[in-house]
Design a protein around this ligand. Structure first.
Ligand code: CS2
Ligand code: MG
Length: 408
């Protein structure tokens, strides 16, 4: 069996999804997602210029050897662009494998450990009353878990994942007015004075059962992160996410020494080598990698297996930039993983998105039910795809009030 051709498509409804389609000489094809948020053209070019010419003629069933060929063969290999491109190929080869076996992918991983996998929604508000209304709406829809992000009183501009004004709608991460990023101003003191109390009020309002998550989004220094994690212990968060930039894996140790608040880190990681110390030293409770950014199913599954040996649960990234293809890959891993935790789930189900990526995957009452169709269980409509093209966009950069460039 040989790979006969492969195509890359960039575009989608309100997004620059990077979709890879790998065709074979037996008519079976596979799909992969190489969407690297705000840098979408780069994995697309890597695939078109370097990886696809090598793929032609390879046996698609040899997904491990192909992964090793591209990863070790790259020499310069572990960055987000490479791993998103390798990831899309790996997803597509697993899709083909599932179709050949006539099985949904979770069966090839070891079958189901659960039927419905818990997901969490993104609640956001320009102020606390607005956020409370948003949480209420998700609770009414049956969600058991919500991430809460709130406008901070006196903050010079909107805070992370908070719209400039109420009911602003739209994509609160990527601004598609061009490639030059807008600037957000951040003030840690205002955040530290406000957020613990806001989280406590949310807990008081919604009671002990609601799983509340909060994303600090890399904004604090390790000591500040330790102070925050300690201050919010009484809230009983499901997790506190990215409290401090995690390139400094040892910095997480300081937080751990001061607080039992569960920590979730990893969405910016591209390989097991960026999180193995966090996992092996049990410095985190949830690993947040994304199948696309971490080199596909083959490599992500290695991270899940390592995490499972150290009481670390999964919490795959699921930001708006991920297409239904990589989300499907994550949903199959979520159905199988014995150490599954939760899945970030931003409702992709717009009519346009469903038309571009038809599937039988279902989300109901805060739980996700994976499709029983062979492979990933998601398709790609090339006719629909013709409606979309790449649109330059960027998420903001962040500066402190004195102009210091800070962490987005
Ligand atoms: C966020 C992401 O979903 C999350 O947890 O951290 O949405 C992140 O802001 C974007 O992926 C950045 O492009
Ligand atoms: Mg995050």
């Amino acid at each position: 069996m040989k790979i006969s051709d492969a195509k890359v498509f960039v575009g989608g409804p309100g997004k620059n999804y990077v979709t890879l389609k790998i065709m074979t000489d037996q008519g079976v094809y596979g799909l992969g997602d190489a969407t690297l948020n705000n840098r979408e053209t780069l994995p697309a070019a890597y695939l078109q210029d370097y990886l696809i010419p090598n793929l032609i003629g390879m046996d698609p069933r040899n997904s491990e050897d192909i992964w090793q060929f591209f990863y070790r063969g790259a020499y310069f290999r572990r960055g987000p662009i490479s791993m998103a491109a390798f990831g899309a190929i790996d997803m597509a080869l697993w899709d083909i494998k599932g179709k050949l076996a006539n099985m949904p992918l979770y069966q090839l991983f070891g079958g189901k450990s659960r039927d419905g996998a818990m997901v969490y929604a993104h609640s956001t508000g320009v102020d606390l009353p607005d956020l409370m209304d948003s949480v209420e709406s998700y609770v009414e829809q049956g969600y058991k878990a919500v991430r809460v992000q709130c406008g901070i009183p006196g903050m010079p501009t909107a805070s992370y994942a908070v719209p400039e004004e109420k009911n602003a709608g739209g994509d609160y991460i990527t601004d598609f007015s061009g490639i030059r990023p807008k600037t957000e101003i951040w003030d840690t003191d205002r955040y530290m004075r406000f957020m613990p109390g806001a989280l406590a009020e949310i807990r008081d309002r919604f009671g002990p059962d609601l799983k509340i998550l909060h994303d600090v989004h890399h904004r604090l220094l390790p000591r500040e992160a330790a102070e925050l994690a300690k201050a919010v212990e009484p809230v009983g968060l499901y997790w506190l996410e990215d409290p401090t930039p995690a390139e400094d894996q040892d910095a997480i140790r300081l937080i751990r020494q001061h607080s039992t608040t569960p920590l979730a880190i990893g969405e910016v990681f591209n390989s097991i080598w960026e999180c193995n110390k966090l996992i092996e030293n049990e410095l985190i409770d949830f690993i947040r990698i994304a199948v696309t950014y971490a080199g596909g199913i083959t490599h992500a599954k290695r991270v899940v297996d390592l995490a499972g040996q150290h009481h670390v649960r999964t919490g795959f990234h699921g930001a708006p930039s991920h297409s239904p293809i990589s989300m499907a890959a994550q949903h199959h891993l979520n159905a199988w993983a014995p150490n599954f935790g939760i899945q970030e789930y931003l409702v992709l189900g717009t009519p346009e998105c469903d038309a571009l990526f038809p599937s039988e995957h279902k989300m109901r009452d805060g739980l996700f039910y994976v499709s029983e169709a062979p492979g990933l269980g998601v398709d790609f409509d090339e006719t629909e795809a013709k409606r979309y093209e790449y649109k330059p966009g960027s998420h903001p950069v962040v500066r402190l009030e004195d102009g210091t460039l800070w962490n987005y």
